[in-house]
Design a protein around this ligand. Structure first.
Ligand code: PEP
Length: 647
């Protein structure tokens, strides 16, 4: 049920975020205009420079689109769910404010593609916020379409794609034009409707000659010949680098008898400066700033009309050029004089080919790879399945008996014990992995003679810092340099006496793994917690606090040791049934987090007054894969007795 809820919410959020991010990304100037509207409504308009609002518009759209994609693929689950929640947590109150005060009529959440009222937007955000809360509560329930090891491909490709699309649309014009001035629109008819008092998006479309003050709208829209409008909402900020080409186009229009007008919302002085600086000889009309920004997303941009119909639009970066041959031909004999090819199907095909298809191929390849990996693992497991303890078949993950010497044995006694164990197990090979974890001072000496193909060597702790002024501490790198391969982390004695928190342990685990040490990670509840029936809660929180942040690949290197604190060194052992019950639970939460295959492969040891006498019964349980042994690891014979439970 929970899983359904999370996945439905995440898919709906993904669709909305992808759509709204995309429509904003393909129209960076439009998004910038909207951001500026917000800033003006908050009286912040004059503090933020244009480059900053444009940058923010591009990044915001890219973030929204990427979050949508990550939600769709189920990658970077924690981060994605938190950022989604944060975004909606900010947007929902903001849109409530918009709905209540109405400083902007359209919030612009879907660019110009879908226009919602402010109340509709707020309600939409309330629903999305509820979904974001659900996803943020259980991000791990998101079903992923791409494995963790390949998710970087989705992340990087999405980021690069959306930024390239934004840059292209900024250089040229929006990939899709959702505004009322798109190519093919009959402005004349729309404008006439407006003049008859009917509903029309051209209510503010008036072109007034700056030389005579005459209203030229009707004349220009009803002109049966070609009309070229050089639209520059603000001449002060307009890009004048292509002025030579603009002047050539004006000259050509004059020679061919076509109307050519500059159209701006700027003042007469600005027009004068433009004319003087660039030798512009064309007449200017004045029009509403918003109308011009809606007409074309380029400052300046060229709009070609014929009989009131928009035939083409060009940004100042992609103005049509006229070579000698073209300059002598009328427009109706040239490509640019025909209606621009604005085929939606072509653009959709481009997106499918450049974005959707590579991601679909990646997903199929990734799923196939994961599936073959799973098959290989399954086969390997099947080979080992017939391992028999008490005539019960069980999955054969690595069985380990690990000793924890704690603060016992001086150097000489420790070396003697390790030597004895080494000789004993060399003579009679164990049926399981054996590890001894010793105080730091023993490690280097024991590593000299220990046959580590039979007995692994480990430390009982390592520092949570890499190196430096931490008197008395021993780093993971130092442990590794002794020749040790393992380290025990999270032992209850260290949690209790040395106040090691989940955060500290998380650091230690990361550093240990960074230095190639295999971590035996201890978890377990106190007597009070067991009596309160909280053991499952406690072990889950301990795993979540320190090791569930790891990638699947790194988690696979961890050995878990379940050690009920009330059984450590007390002589009180958990019954085999009690231990099995919680081991099975631990395996189930690992399965929930990393999948059944990882859970099946994870070694979970039992620790707490384990002895040769009770080890066989404990180790016979299907989810108990060996033991972490304290007191009974201090004598070779006792320890060997426990190892022999696997015989
Ligand atoms: C331990 O401290 O890891 C432990 C299991 O101790 P004991 O076996 O002595 O209970």
């Amino acid at each position: 049920m929970k899983s359904w809820l999370v996945n439905i919410s995440r898919l709906l959020l993904a669709v909305v975020f992808i759509l709204s991010g995309f429509v904003k990304a393909i129209d960076p100037l439009g998004t910038q205009y909207k951001l500026t509207d917000y800033l003006i409504a908050m009286q912040l308009g004059s503090y933020i420079p244009e480059w900053a609002t444009l940058g923010a518009a591009v990044l915001l759209a890219a973030l929204e689109f990427s979050l949508g994609l990550f939600l769709l693929f189920g990658v970077h689950k924690q981060l994605t769910s938190r950022l989604t929640l944060l975004m909606l947590g900010v947007m929902t109150p903001l849109t409530l404010w918009l709905a209540l005060t109405n400083p902007i009529s359209d919030c612009g959440c879907f660019g110009d593609a879908i226009v919602l009222t402010n109340w509709q937007t707020f309600l939409k955000n309330v629903v999305l916020l509820a979904m974001a809360v659900i996803v943020a509560c259980w991000p791990e329930k998101m079903f992923r379409f791409v494995s963790e090891s390949n998710q970087w491909l989705v992340t990087n490709y999405t980021g690069v794609f959306i930024l390239v699309v934004s840059a292209y649309c900024l250089y040229d014009l929006p990939l899709f034009d959702f505004r009322p001035y798109r190519v093919g629109t009959d402005l004349k008819t729309g404008w006439q409707k407006m003049m008859e008092g009917k509903d029309s998006p051209y209510a503010d479309l008036f072109l007034e000659s700056m030389d005579t003050g005459e209203d030229l709208t009707e004349q220009l829209l009803c002109d049966t010949g070609y009309v070229m409008l050089l639209v520059a909402p603000h001449l002060e900020q307009a890009d004048d680098s292509r002025f030579d080409l603009i002047n050539e186009l004006n000259e050509y229009a004059r020679e061919q008898g076509y109307a050519f007008y500059g159209v701006t919302a700027s003042s007469e002085q600005a027009v004068e400066r433009w004319r003087e600086a660039l030798g512009a000889e064309y007449p200017f009309c004045q029009a509403d700033d918003i109308v011009l920004k809606t007409m074309i997303r380029s400052n300046p941009g060229l709009v070609l009309l014929k009989n009131g119909v928009v035939l083409g639009k060009w940004s100042h970066n992609r103005l049509p050029s006229l070579d000698d041959e073209r300059a002598s031909q009328p427009l109706n004999e040239q490509e640019i004089g025909r209606r621009q090819d604005d085929s939606t199907a072509k653009k959709v095909a481009w997106i499918l080919g450049w974005f959707v298809l590579p991601l679909v191929i990646l997903t199929i390849a990734d799923r196939t790879w994961m599936w073959t990996k799973w098959l290989r693992r399954k086969k390997k497991q099947e080979k080992n399945v017939s391992f028999n303890i008490n005539n019960k078949e069980k999955i054969m993950r690595k069985k380990i008996v690990a000793g924890n010497w704690k603060m016992n044995m001086n150097l000489q006694d420790g070396i003697a014990l390790a030597k004895e164990l080494n000789e004993t197990l060399k003579a009679e090979k164990p049926n399981c992995g054996v590890v001894i974890c010793t105080p730091f001072i023993h490690l280097a000496s024991i590593a000299q003679f220990l046959d580590q193909s039979i007995i692994g060597l480990g430390a009982e702790n390592c520092a949570d810092k890499e190196k430096g002024a931490f008197t008395g501490e021993v780093s993971a790198e130092m442990v590794k340099s002794t020749g040790a391969q393992y380290v025990i982390l999270g032992h209850s004695e260290r949690r209790e006496y040395y106040k090691e928190t989940p955060e500290i342990l998380k650091e230690k685990v990361l550093l240990a793994q960074k230095n190639d040490l295999k971590v035996i990670f201890c978890i377990g509840e106190s007597l009070a917690e067991r009596e309160a029936g909280k053991q499952n809660e406690v072990v889950k929180a301990e795993l979540e606090g320190s090791v569930f942040n790891l990638s699947e690949e790194d988690f696979r290197k961890i050995v878990i040791a379940y050690e009920p604190i009330w059984a450590i060194g007390t002589g009180k052992t958990a019954t085999a049934e009690q231990a099995e019950e919680i081991h099975a639970y631990i395996r189930s939460i690992i399965a929930e987090k990393y999948g059944q295959a990882v859970a099946d492969d994870t070694t979970i040891l039992y620790g707490g007054s384990c002895k040769a006498s009770n080890a066989p019964e404990l180790f016979a349980k299907p989810d108990i894969d060996g033991g972490l042994i304290g007191g009974a690891s201090l004598k070779a014979a006792d320890f060997k007795g426990i190892i022999d439970a696997f015989k």
